[in-house]
Design a protein around this ligand. Structure first.
Ligand code: FCB
Length: 481
């Protein structure tokens, strides 16, 4: 693989100084995930996932919301693909629901589950939209959780079998594949912090789950690669943050190192063949011997080469040294000590997340160097705001438009600095079920009325469509005509 040549942008030289053009082959699209949009949770043989169980547990999901009706996408995929065509998307990232494909412990494959994704893929291809399939976006079959879920090594092997089935079935039409979405969330929010399914608060178990998730990624990549056509490309989608401290002293640098380690490097380094980072392993050693689950050969499996890295980014993490270096930090990072997680700054999204495109640019520039020539695709980036529906039914969402443009400028800056970024997939196509926040957080560039299931393209959706049509953005301002 060659390292990036920033002259990729030259073919796209600015027509005027106010225009930032993207490389001619840059891929524009949007992303969703099965549990967040499909609904029809009992249709065609699907059995519950850990998110159905979690949502059914009082107090876990805001307002008691659950996977019904979501966006009723299971019944409306044709209409949704037409919307994608209207927006001019070149690619669409969706996830496959494991409990639709392998609903029970007997491992028997459910053909009606596969048939849904057949229809979706065919609808996409008929409109010239490239499908990008993610095999696991957090909806572990409950029957596997009952056997220990990601704490059980066997789940990794079950995942590879399932990946082989789906890839074998759709691989004649789908060329771009991701194994897992954001294993950081599955492992740490799900098993340490307990705010995502399965809702455990066991720090050591969260690190063991992390290892099994990474093993699952490697095993599945190998299994699919063995049966793949030459033009198939495999990836892992990780969520990154940029850790920032206000000061530059040794103690501040050290907490930045720790948070960066527990958010970014502990997942990325083993995938890049560097093993678990020694400093992070040392930081969390006091939790117990989670590495007892690491067997000979596992790190080779995890380092199975991938063809691109999926990067999801939403916000930075601000940190400062805690007064007591031994104090355990309350937060999503297992084993983190001596760090204080600071409040986000500036005008926040409705989720309470900091909007910071400079952090994104810095992160991408650094990743561009760290991944040593591995192409990057932005597989998620977006913002939640409380949308207002005007009397004429339109949704003007200037904050989401500003977020989109600022973050695309960051992507452009990173490409200029040499990062090999091949595409940008907005999160999300549709408003949807936002996990523990239920339906309260709207990330879509298309509004969904959950009562009527009516879809309305927001102004951010129109802006995205214009950007895609031009393959460029204005260097300043928030108008894209
Ligand atoms: C990411 C998830 C995605 C969505 C966004 C807002 O962490 O991958 O499903 O919830 O956050």
């Amino acid at each position: 693989m060659t390292t990036t040549d920033p002259s990729r942008l030259e073919g796209a030289t600015a027509l005027d100084v106010d225009t930032l053009r993207f490389p001619p082959d840059f891929v524009w699209g949007a992303a969703t995930a099965a549990f967040q949009i499909e609904g029809s949770i009992s249709a065609d043989g699907r059995t519950p996932s850990i998110w159905d169980t979690f949502a059914a547990t009082p107090g876990k999901v805001l307002n008691g919301d659950n996977g019904e009706p979501a966006c009723d996408h299971y019944n409306r995929s044709a209409e949704d693909v037409e919307l994608m065509e209207r927006l001019g998307l070149a690619a669409y990232r969706f996830s496959v629901a494991w409990p639709r494909i392998v609903p029970a412990a007997d491992g028997v494959v459910e053909p009606r589950g596969l048939a849904f994704y057949d229809r979706l893929v065919d609808q996409l291809l008929a409109k010239g939209i490239q499908p990008v399939a993610t095999l696991y976006h957090w909806d572990l079959p409950q029957w596997l959780e009952d056997e220990g879920g990601w704490r059980n090594r066997d789940t990794a092997y079950r995942f590879a079998e399932y990946a082989k089935v789906v890839h074998g079935h759709l691989g004649d039409r789908v060329k771009l594949w991701s194994t897992l979405n954001e294993p950081w969330c599955s492992a740490f929010l799900g098993h340490h912090k307990g705010i995502h399914a399965p809702g455990l608060k066991d720090s050591q178990a969260s690190l063991e789950a992390m290892h099994h998730l990474l093993l699952a990624h490697g095993l599945a990549t190998r299994a699919m690669r063995e049966q793949a056509a030459d033009d198939h490309k495999f990836s892992l989608v990780l969520n990154f943050t940029q850790a920032w401290a206000d000061n530059d002293d040794t103690a501040s640098k050290d907490v930045v190192r720790k948070v960066d380690g527990l958010h970014n490097r502990i997942f990325l380094d083993p995938v890049l063949g560097k093993g678990y980072p020694a400093d992070v392993v040392e930081d969390v050693a006091w939790l117990g011997d989670w590495q007892r689950v690491v067997q000979d050969g596992d790190l080779d499996v995890i380092a199975t080469p991938i063809d691109f890295l999926g990067v999801n980014y939403y916000s930075p993490t601000r940190v400062a040294p805690a007064a007591d270096p031994e104090v355990v930090t309350d937060g999503p990072f297992p084993g983190l000590r001596g760090a204080e997680l600071l409040d986000p700054r500036g005008e926040l999204t409705s989720f309470g997340w900091e909007q910071n495109a400079d952090a994104f640019a810095e992160l991408l520039t650094r990743l561009g160097r760290d991944v040593d020539g591995l192409p990057i695709v932005i597989t998620e980036n977006g913002s939640a705001f409380t949308d207002v529906v005007a009397d004429d039914g339109g949704v003007d969402d200037p904050q989401r438009v500003a977020f989109l443009l600022d973050h695309l400028r960051a992507v452009h800056r990173a490409i200029e600095s040499g990062a090999d970024i091949r595409g940008y997939l907005a999160w999300s196509l549709l408003d949807n079920f936002e996990w523990a926040e239920g339906y309260s957080q709207r990330f879509g560039v298309v509004r969904v009325d959950y009562e009527t299931q009516e879809r309305t393209v927001k102004r951010s959706g129109e802006v995205l469509a214009r950007i895609i049509g031009r393959n460029s953005i204005p260097a300043t301002g928030y108008d894209v005509e």
